[in-house]
Design a binder for this molecule. Structure first.
Ligand SMILES: [Zn+2]
Length: 269
């Protein structure tokens, strides 16, 4: 088959792969939250047992513990088949599962179309999926998982090595680490809890991913999101806002916009 005939199949495949990755990462996010940070972690006192449960325990309803039928685990369609309820206890399954699956199912083919290569599109999709874990743990427990942040660094580092904009990315990652590290240190010294320690490496990973100066737009958007959350949703200037989650949402919004801006020639790398 000629390359032109193969192309539509590549996008269909990218969409399917994106849906699978979306399903995998959202499930991982809720499982990390459940096994490591919820009350259920007491059933797994040792960290080793939590990791084992995270990886090997088959999918189950987090309300009643009933195993989930394989049919319902099919990305996107499983949500419809199950009628968004646990077959055992009837607990409603959050539409966030569906949104998370659809987002990556659209993102990967989009990155492939507007971007430059399969490896680049795939790495950016993995980075986006990994952020699901940051968003879920930060909104539920005000915690950013360090192991998850290490994966974010890994994908951003490979991207820095193989994609364009290596210098801009290194300046972005290094600069963010220094500035956020200093901010964290000052906030500790002055006793004002502006940010958690987990925000520092997460921000540096995002800085490395976008590079300088694109990262500035993303951080301003994340800060605005955080302030909006405190003032409007929580109703107080002093209400704690999960900055990591805000940064996660800003990044998920910025990734497709950045790739289209590069494609259109508005951004250099
Ligand atoms: Zn159930």
């Amino acid at each position: 088959m000629s390359e032109e005939l193969l192309l539509p199949f590549a996008y269909v495949f990218a969409g399917l792969l994106g849906a699978i990755l979306g399903s995998f990462y959202y499930a991982t996010a809720t499982r990390v939250s459940y096994f490591f940070y919820s009350a259920a972690r007491k059933s797994y006192p040792r960290k080793r047992d939590r990791f084992r449960a995270l990886i090997f325990k088959p999918s189950f309803c987090m309300e009643c513990g009933a195993p989930i039928s394989r049919v319902y685990l099919i990305p996107v369609f499983g949500y419809a088949f199950s009628r968004a309820r646990c077959a055992e206890c009837g607990t409603r399954i959050s539409p966030k599962h569906l949104v998370a699956e659809i987002y990556l199912a659209i993102l990967l083919p989009t990155l492939l179309y507007f971007g430059r290569s399969w490896p680049e599109a795939l790495l950016m999709t993995l980075f986006a999926g990994q952020l699901y874990v940051s968003i879920v743990t930060d909104t539920r427990h005000m915690i950013l998982d360090h192991e998850n942040t290490a994966f974010l660094f890994l994908w951003a580092a490979i991207l820095t090595a193989i994609a364009d904009g290596t210098t801009a990315r290194l300046i972005g990652g290094g600069g963010t680490l220094v500035i956020f590290g200093a901010l964290y240190w000052i906030s500790r010294l002055t006793g004002r809890t502006m940010m958690g320690f987990g925000d520092v490496p997460l921000s540096a990973a995002v800085g490395l991913f976008f590079g300088f100066p694109t990262l500035l737009i993303v951080f301003v958007a994340a800060a605005c999101g955080s302030i909006f959350y405190s003032l409007v949703i929580q109703g107080s200037r002093n209400a704690p806002a999960p900055f990591g989650a805000s940064l996660g949402f800003a990044t998920l919004t910025a990734i497709p916009l950045q790739i289209v801006a590069q494609w259109a020639g508005f951004l250099q790398f």
